[in-house]
Design a protein around this ligand. Structure first.
Ligand SMILES: Cc1cc2nc3c(=O)[nH]c(=O)nc-3n(C[C@H](O)[C@H](O)[C@H](O)COP(=O)(O)O)c2cc1C
Length: 167
C-alpha cells in the first residue's frame, strides 16, 4: 500500500514553497500519496504515515509559524517518521563551516522535537521580493543575489530520506 505523506512548509518569499512542491513531485514519483500544504493550513497529522516539515530561515531561525507547528504537534510527529528540511542562503557556499552554522539554526527546534532526518538546502535571494524593512536589512548585509537552489541535491535527499523513513 502506498504511504500517505504530508509536506508542510513555511515560506516568506516563495522559495521554500517551491522546494516543498518539488519534494511532493519526487515523493509522488516514488509512489507516495502526497499533500503539500502551507504550515499555517495544517490542522493535524491524522492519516499521514510520514511527515516532512520545513521552513525558510530568517535571521538564524526557522519562521515562527514552523516552530509553533512543531511545538503544537510534537506528540503526533513522534508517532510517525518525520524529516525536517531547511532552506537558507548560507549554503550558497556549501562548506563544512557553513554546514555547521545552518545545523545550529535548528538547535531550538530540535530541543522541541528531534526528527529522524534533516536536510539543509540553499535557497534564493531576490531583494525585489522583500518588504521595506527586510530590503533595508539586506542593503546592510549585502547578501548574494540569485537562485541557489540545487534541484538535484533536493531530489536526491528527498528520495533517500523517503526510502529511509517509509522502508
Ligand atoms: C531578512 C532576512 C534574513 C535572513 N537571514 C538568514 C540567515 O540568518 N541565514 C541564512 O542562511 N539565510 C538567511 N536569509 C535567507 C533566506 O533564508 C533565503 O532567502 C530563503 O531562500 C528564503 O526562503 P523563502 O522564499 O521561502 O522565504 C534571510 C533572508 C531575509 C530576507
Amino acid at each position: 500500500m502506498s504511504k500517505r505523506v504530508l509536506v508542510a512548509y513555511a515560506s516568506k518569499t516563495g522559495a521554500t514553497a517551491e522546494v516543498a512542491e518539488f519534494m511532493g513531485k519526487v515523493l509522488r514519483e516514488a509512489g507516495a500519496e502526497v499533500d503539500v500544504v502551507p504550515i499555517k493550513n495544517v490542522r493535524g497529522l491524522d492519516g499521514y504515515d510520514v511527515a516532512f516539515v520545513g521552513s525558510a530561515i530568517r535571521v538564524g531561525q526557522w519562521l515562527k509559524e514552523a516552530v509553533s507547528f512543531v511545538e503544537a504537534h510534537k506528540d503526533a510527529l513522534s508517532q510517525r517518521p518525520t524529516a525536517f528540511f531547511t532552506v537558507c542562503l548560507t549554503l550558497h557556499e556549501d562548506t563544512p563551516e557553513n554546514r555547521q552554522t545552518v545545523h545550529a539554526y535548528l538547535d531550538p527546534v530540535r530541543a522541541i522535537f528531534t526528527p529522524q532526518a534533516e536536510g539543509f538546502f540553499a535557497g534564493r535571494m531576490q531583494t525585489a521580493r522583500l518588504g521595506l524593512l527586510e530590503k533595508m536589512m539586506m542593503r546592510m548585509m549585502k547578501p548574494p543575489e540569485g537562485d541557489f537552489r540545487n534541484w538535484d541535491a533536493i531530489r536526491a535527499w528527498t528520495g533517500e530520506t523517503y526510502a529511509q523513513l517509509a522502508g
